[in-house]
Design a binder for this molecule. Structure first.
Ligand SMILES: C[S@@+](CC[C@H](N)C(=O)[O-])C[C@H]1O[C@@H](n2cnc3c(N)ncnc32)[C@H](O)[C@@H]1O
Length: 282
């Protein structure tokens, strides 16, 4: 992220989730707040002329990936809640809207994010008159300088109870030591704790055409000051997650995710071949 500035990738991701609400049927992620949390001028454009917002062939694949990963996390969260989990930590929350449409009365939500991004989010919430529920606690931290456990403890997070964590669109932007420290902390929490996250595979493991797409996307995020830094090989990742303390870990590639979330559509919306989600549990 650029010094003193809110995350620009957070805006881009939220705008694609908002585009999904007006462009795609059936919805993969039904988010009535998505259009209200983004920049007002983009929301206006999406409401009045949605195709104008999508200018590259890559657009639908990105939109599909961003809505899929939120849905993936929220489905896993719903299972965790059914299993008795009562704390949800949204790591690198950006303009995620779950907390404002939380259907679980007993679920406490902690939105952890860089202070610069969180400040803009709070302005947008106020501007759009989106109520901040009493179940939500904001936890402003920079992952590279502040320890997650200290910040969460200070925010009233209960380390004696399990929690579900989502970490969407953040891992590639961090250095490996910060990622491992976070995984290690999550893995140290009580049984039934779990984390859902997405990650990128190393570019050298991609086909020639995938690498072209990868380079285009990597150049775009680097150009706005948020370069990708860390990649994982799926097989090594699962072993690493166990080494860091998780008792189980599962990887989901594009075929499995497309089968789960995009089967039987007539509009061909689907994620590209490079997308990966993972779940690790205690
Ligand atoms: C691509 S956005 C994803 C946002 C959100 N999870 C979503 O899916 O919409 C990346 C998020 O990571 C956060 N982030 C990046 N580097 C960070 C750091 N060093 N400390 C805290 N948050 C960070 C940004 O503020 C931003 O909200």
């Amino acid at each position: 992220m650029q010094e003193g500035q809110a995350s620009r990738t957070a805006d881009r991701v939220a705008e694609r989730r908002a585009a999904h609400q007006v462009r795609d049927r059936p919805l993969v992620l039904d988010d009535p707040i998505a259009l209200r949390i983004i920049r007002p001028e983009v929301a206006h454009e999406l409401r009045t002329n949605p195709p104008k917002h999508e200018t590259t062939k890559l657009g639908p694949y990105l939109r599909a990936f961003f809505v899929m990963r939120s849905r993936f996390a929220e489905d896993a969260l719903a299972s965790a809640v059914a299993d008795g989990v009562r704390q949800y930590v949204v790591l690198g929350a950006g303009f995620d809207t779950f907390a404002y449409r939380n259907p679980f009365p007993e679920l406490r939500v902690f939105e952890v994010d860089h202070p610069a991004t969180q400040a803009i989010k709070r302005q947008r919430l106020a501007h759009s008159q989106i109520e901040i529920p009493s179940s939500l606690t904001f936890v402003p931290i920079d992952f590279t300088t502040t320890k997650l456990d200290d910040a969460l403890r200070g925010a009233g997070f209960d380390e004696t109870e399990p929690a579900f964590f989502s970490w969407l669109g953040v891992v590639p932007y961090l250095e490996r030591p910060a990622i491992d420290a976070t995984f290690q902390y999550i893995a140290s929490l009580p049984e039934k704790t779990a984390v859902a996250f997405d990650y990128s595979v190393p570019p050298q493991s991609l086909s020639w055409t995938q690498r072209l797409v990868f380079n285009a996307m990597a150049n775009r995020v680097a150009a706005i000051g948020e370069p990708w830094k860390t990649f994982f090989d799926p097989a090594t990742l699962l072993a690493d997650l166990r080494r860091l303390g998780f008792t189980s870990a599962e990887d989901f590639g594009a075929d499995a995710l497309n089968a789960r979330y995009f089967a039987d559509r007539t509009d061909k919306l689907r994620i590209g071949g490079m997308g990966h989600m993972a779940m690790a549990s205690v």
